[in-house]
Every structure is written in structure tokens, then in C-alpha cells.
Write a protein that binds this ligand. Structure first.
Ligand code: AP5
Length: 262
């Protein structure tokens, strides 16, 4: 990854630019209002790995602003589906939401169909930051095949690491915007006005799967199904372990240095 892939992209006034993710979140024929444009060969295609609550979404948000690359979270797609009318949900999506509520992984077939329907986001010239996918070896193999078929190469896989007690503290204070999905923390990243999103004014809520019993199930699913991906990507020479200790900005700077040292 070259140094010019970590510029701070601004709109001229100093405000950081953020791409919308309509095509990813809605699927189908939905179009992004501000699709990223990158000269060929400059886009980053990154996977973010790590246990639930380690801070992948937070880093993906920061990286996407700096890289001008879309944050593609499978969890966000399932949460967006939860807000739809019951009648609009396919049986597979209804089943996926039930799994998510309990903290269990959604079946591979459903996840892969959902990602396959959004293939144009993986092919986007702006690149991608995948967060929450792949999450099993079967998903990783399917993604590898899909990317190979379309001649797309992964840039890197960042694996965030943090002791479990710190992860639990992060999860219990998390609040998410019901509208734009921005993530806050009651103590480490508080919103300016309590309960309202700084970015869009949307109402903040606590995720259903952040209840202690669902968190336990999510941690177990991570240990058995997702952790093996560390070896999978290590063997392919793509893995970078990054400590998730410290503030989001400190973790971001560590990520940046890790990428540059490559
Ligand atoms: P998903 O949405 O992917 O959740 P997750 O992997 O469990 O990860 P989280 O979103 O909980 O945490 P995060 O690492 O993004 O942390 P965050 O940045 O928010 O998946 C949810 C569910 O969907 C799954 O359980 C499953 O059911 C289903 N699913 C999704 N994809 C699937 C797939 N591929 N296969 C099968 N099922 C799938 O940070 C957490 C908190 O900490 C925030 O409050 C944040 O503000 C704070 N924080 C972040 N960084 C810092 C820092 N450095 N210092 C202090 N606080 C920080």
C-alpha cells in the first residue's frame, strides 16, 4: 500500500468526506449518491477482522473517510433489514434477523447470497473495507473464489486484538444511530447531544445483540468460527495484527503505520 493511499480527503472546508453506502445497504438497483472515484490501481481492498466490539466499525468509518473507500458491513445490512416492513422481508432475511438477535452467526448461504447480490460494491472502482465478512472459513473461500473470478486482489487483512474485559466495556457503552448507523460510545466517543447523532441528528439506540446473553454467544461464535480466519489469511501473506488498545485515533494511526510499513 503506498503512502498516498492515506491522505485526509476533505471537501475544501476541512470537513472529512464520507461516501454514502446506499447500494450496499439497500441492495437491488439502489444507487449511491456519491460513489467513490479512484484512478485505476489506487483503490484499497481491505478486510477488517477481530472479535465483536473490538472497534472494527469505528476504524472502518475512519479509514473510509481517509481512503475514500466504502465501509461494507454485513451486520449493517442485517440491521437495516430489521427496520423494513415485515412484508418486505424474504424468509431468509427474517431467519437472518432471528439469528442476529440471539447473537448467532447467520447461515453461510444467506450471507453469501446477500453479498453476491451486492457484487457491484466489491467491483467498485473505489475499493472496499469489508467489516464482518468473511466470518467463517466457508465464507472466506467463497469470497476468494468470487474475487478471483472478477480479477480483484485483496490489499490487506487487518486483524484487531484486545483483551476480552476491554471489549465488554466497549460493547456495553456502544450507541448506534438509527438513521446513518454512525457508532458512539457513552464515555469514549460520546455524542454532542445525548441520544442524537452528531452527523445526521438521528436517534441513538443500544443494539439488541449487545445484551450480555447475546454477547456471550457472539464471543463463542467468534472463537469457533471466525478466529480460524487469522491462519487462513496469514497463510496467504495478507494478515496484519494490530493492537486495538487506546483511543480510536491511536488505533487508526497504528493501522496507518502498519499499512505503510508493508
Ligand atoms: P456485526 O455488525 O459485524 O458485529 P460484530 O462483528 O459483532 O462487531 P461489532 O459491530 O459488535 O463491533 P465492532 O468491532 O465493529 O466495534 P465498534 O466499532 O462498533 O455483526 C452483527 C451480527 O450480524 C452477528 O452477530 C451475526 O449475527 C450477523 N452477521 C454479520 N455478518 C455476518 C457474517 N458474515 N456471517 C454470519 N453472520 C453475520 O466499537 C464498539 C464500541 O467501542 C463502540 O461504542 C465504539 O464507539 C467503541 N470504541 C471503538 N474503538 C474504540 C477505542 N479505540 N477506544 C474506546 N472505545 C472504542
Amino acid at each position: 500500500m503506498s503512502t498516498n493511499q492515506f491522505p485526509y480527503k476533505t471537501d475544501g472546508s476541512g470537513a472529512l468526506l464520507k461516501h454514502d453506502r446506499t447500494a450496499w445497504l439497500k441492495g437491488g438497483k439502489a444507487e449511491c449518491m456519491m460513489p467513490p472515484h479512484k484512478p485505476p490501481g489506487q483503490a484499497s481492498r481491505i478486510i477488517l477482522l477481530g472479535p465483536p466490539g473490538v472497534g472494527k466499525g469505528t476504524q472502518a468509518d475512519m479509514l473510509s473517510e481517509r481512503l475514500g473507500t466504502c465501509h461494507l458491513s454485513t451486520g449493517d445490512v442485517f440491521r437495516a433489514a430489521k427496520c423494513l416492513d415485515e412484508k418486505e422481508l424474504s424468509p431468509a432475511m427474517r431467519n437472518a434477523i432471528d439469528h442476529m438477535r440471539r447473537g448467532e452467526l447467520v447461515p453461510d448461504e444467506t450471507v453469501l447470497n446477500m453479498v453476491g447480490e451486492r457484487l457491484r460494491c466489491l467491483k467498485c472502482s473505489g475499493g472496499f473495507l469489508l467489516d464482518g465478512f468473511p466470518r467463517t472459513v466457508a465464507q472466506a473461500k467463497a469470497l476468494e473464489q468470487l474475487l478471483e473470478t472478477h480479477g480483484i486482489k485483496l490489499t490487506a487483512v487487518f486483524n484487531y486484538e484486545l483483551p476480552i474485559e476491554k471489549i465488554v466495556a466497549r460493547i456495553s457503552g456502544r450507541r448506534t444511530c438509527s438513521n446513518c448507523k454512525a457508532v458512539y460510545h457513552l464515555t469514549t466517543r460520546p455524542p454532542k447531544f445525548s441520544d442524537l447523532c452528531d452527523q445526521c441528528g438521528g436517534k441513538l439506540f443500544q443494539r439488541e445483540d449487545d445484551r450480555p446473553e447475546a454477547v456471550k454467544v457472539r464471543m463463542e461464535a467468534y472463537q469457533t468460527a471466525t478466529k480460524p480466519l487469522i491462519d487462513f489469511y496469514q497463510q496467504r501473506g495478507l494478515l496484519f495484527n494490530i493492537s486495538a488498545e487506546g483511543s480510536p485515533e491511536e488505533v487508526f494511526q497504528r493501522t496507518r503505520l502498519t499499512a505503510l510499513a508493508r
